[in-house]
Design a protein around this ligand. Structure first.
Ligand code: HAM
Length: 433
């Protein structure tokens, strides 16, 4: 059929791989602003940016924990041309710890980052194979006040975007020995009730009993609800650390809910863990970000015993939450001035260069199009002013200035005027700044 043939002809040979997306303007401008807002907050709190490689030795990421899906199922790993087994990073915490061990910076080392991560997941809304994060990590400071500073920074960031529905979940996994005792108790509990556990959770139980607590399956709900609680296993130090974190958050007026089932998907956590929930997405994708303490990770990468804590926030998921709440819209992509030149294009070349040198944004048409077509381009550009150079203006050394927006046209929208070319830049600079 004709329609079908047309549709087929329109399908390009190459498209993005599943779970990977092109971010086009104006959405890309929103991404830039997102990172800018985060960077301002982080820099303002004494964090410096680390730019890490996209690719590391696979072993770096294996330290995240071999009981996690991220390591066992989702890694983009391959052997490079030099025979090294490498992987695209699935997250940045392990890379930051590797960098710490490699460069031995002074502590506390307070850093922030942004960039793409790769996980071979089943793509759906808010879950991609390439996704972006912003995050912070602090290495070398074991102080519950730092946990509070970090959690508060994430909280402030969501506020800065305008999000109102984000909630904070908090938990502590205790000392490694507390956690180990808890895992053993959980395992015994679930094994004693194996007949009531879903088939999927039976598999999870063999790999990581903690992750069974994450099960969203209705048939597991009753058993998970009655499972032993981590708080029963806290050492005195772990309990004191957790109490101090809660007191700090209360002092800052940050509301939180203690969720003893918050175990998170990565294995390196101990003591504080936390998650920011968006409140608008499906529960499996509702975590906008999360983090916690990972005091043993640096050591497992060959460094000295070093305290560590941080978080990462998902850029795409957070922007979906912004859409759902109707905040942090994409900025309008507008230039200040659009130059229309029907004399061949050299005038537009010069005027746009001069305007840009003055710090104004300027665009123009190419290919010597008709006046009508160039004016359409001017309208589409969202410019405040069109500058028009035709052969009359070129001969007379003048330019026509046409305000394109009502607020720029005191004499009425679309009312244009002619000024000497020598006054043009000064006029526009004054009008636009
Ligand atoms: P995570 O919980 O694996 O933690 O990821 C943090 C955030 O990244 C998630 O809450 C989510 O918003 C986003 N995210 C994760 N996977 C995907 C995906 N497939 N598609 C879209 N967004 C995704 C970490 O990555 C830890 N490194 C956080 C951390 C830092 N812990 C301590 N320091």
């Amino acid at each position: 059929m004709e329609g079908g043939a047309v549709a087929l002809a329109l399908v390009p040979e190459f498209q993005t791989s599943p779970g990977m997306r092109d971010i086009l303007p104006p959405e890309s401008a929103r991404w830039r602003r997102f990172v800018h807002v985060f960077a301002q907050l982080a820099q303002g709190a004494g964090y410096g940016q680390v730019v890490s490689p996209l690719l590391e030795d696979l072993g770096v990421f294996q330290r995240i924990g071999d009981a996690t899906d991220v390591v066992t199922k989702e890694m983009y790993d391959f052997v490079d041309k030099g025979g090294r087994h490498v992987a695209l990073r699935p997250e940045l915490t392990a890379s930051i710890c590797r960098a710490f061990v490699q460069h031995r910076p002074l502590t506390p080392w307070k850093v922030w980052y942004t960039g793409s991560q790769f996980r071979y997941e089943k793509p759906q809304r808010g879950r991609y194979r390439q996704f972006d994060q912003v995050g912070i990590e602090v290495l070398g400071a074991d102080d519950p006040n730092l946990d509070v500073e970090i959690i508060a920074l994430g909280w402030e960031f969501f506020r800065a975007l305008g999000l109102q529905k984000v909630t904070l979940l908090l938990n502590s996994l205790g000392e490694p020995s507390d956690r180990a005792a808890y895992v053993a108790a959980l395992k015994a509990y679930f094994e004693a009730n194996l007949q009531s556990l879903s088939e999927e959770s039976k598999v999870t139980l063999q790999k990581n009993p903690l992750r069974v607590l994450d099960s969203k399956r209705p048939d597991d709900a009753a058993l998970v609800a009655a499972a032993p609680q981590i708080a029963e296993f806290y050492s005195a130090d772990a309990a004191a650390h957790f109490a101090a974190v809660q007191a700090g958050l209360a002092a800052l007026g940050i509301p939180f809910t203690v969720d003893s089932k918050l175990v998170r998907g990565l294995d390196y956590y101990r003591h504080t863990t936390f998650e920011y929930q968006g409140g608008t997405l499906d529960s499996a994708q509702d975590a906008l970000g999360g983090g916690g303490r990972y005091d043993g990770l640096v050591e497992s990468l060959g460094g000295p015993p070093t305290a560590g804590i941080g978080f990462a926030l998902g850029l795409e998921r957070t922007l979906i939450a912004c859409d759902d709440e109707g905040v942090f819209a994409a900025p309008a992509s507008e230039v200040d001035v659009f130059v229309v030149d029907t004399t061949g294009g050299l005038e537009a070349l010069q005027i746009t260069a001069q305007l840009r040198a003055l710090g104004l944004s300027a665009d123009r048409a190419f290919e010597n199009r008709s006046m009508k077509s160039q004016m359409k381009g001017a309208d589409r550009s969202g410019a405040s002013y069109a500058v028009i150079i035709g052969s009359n203006e070129l001969d007379a050394g003048t330019a026509v200035v046409r305000p394109l927006r009502a607020e720029r046209a005191p004499d009425g929208e679309g009312v244009q005027f002619t000024i000497p070319r020598s006054d043009l830049l000064q006029y526009l600079q004054k009008a636009l700044t």
